[in-house]
Design a protein around this ligand. Sequence first.
Ligand code: DGL
Length: 334
Amino acid sequence: MSLVSLIKDVAPDDRPTVGLFDSGIGGFGTLRAMLRARTPSWGRILYLADLRNFPYGPRPADEVRRLALAGVELLAELGADLVAVACNTASASGVRAGQVEAPVPIHDIIRPGARHAASVARSTGATRVLVLGTEGTVRSGAWEDALREAGYGHEVAGWACPFLANMIEQGRNGPVTRRAVLEATRGLAAVGGGPAVGRVSGAGSVPGAGAAAGSERPPDVVILGCTHYSLIAPVVAEVLATTVLGRPVRLVDPSEALARDLEAGLGRMRASGEGAGGFTGEQPVEVVFLTTGRKEHLEGRARALLPGAAGGAAHRLVLDRVLEVTLPKGPSGP
Ligand code: DGL
């Protein structure tokens, strides 16, 4: 049986289908937001985790771009009407609308996330924004660029947290996760000789280089610029507030903004007569899981982290048939 028929078999393809791409489980934040939205925009979600190539953070940008684009192609082949690139590192590598040729529209997480963060900064008067992300994301300066595009004109610092996504992907809990967050962010307190974050350019803020001291005050807004961090947002907030920065900060999780952006994108497609129709929103949303790695890992993490994994009326997580796939070979394939 072909993969397309296998997927049709578990979830009918007569509904608007969103492909959701991440290097691992990080995209669960966006998935949760999509399931919470209870919108008739999507009837079927194909979640693809490129676990074979995880982590993306330390990889060169052109390699990440090739892998993520191959993931987008696979999702399109399997029936996605559009694809959400939930992974910040992939989005930062250039896998976003207007930057790459793709068979279906792409929605990256950084642009809607930056629009949301800019509006939070505007409404709270924030003038210091800190972006926590992987090495690749911070090095790219993509968040800084997107924040400028969104009209935010004040300080932005990037801070890379190597290995943090790995800990979260593995599902380490409690004190281990807290220690990992502390390790990853501890250096922030040393910048400027106290709990301060300076203004840095993306290129200067690779791990080890730290952020150049420029301001003596901690950030007002912290962006969770890696999908994995969103999954432990309360721990990040607690560690920053009590230990690293010494005061509460406003955390911005871009997952919700991506879910809203997708809904708008599907709405536009519907209005122009593109994409699948026929979904009333009364049937449960079907979520099919695919991975380039081991299916047991994705299944286990989904059961632990997703609402309604044990069954629910509004959506059906197809966890008894997680599919192992390979990325297509080709110009953008591995
Ligand atoms: N999920 C990825 C992101 O949002 C990070 C994990 C990785 O290094 O692959 O950047």
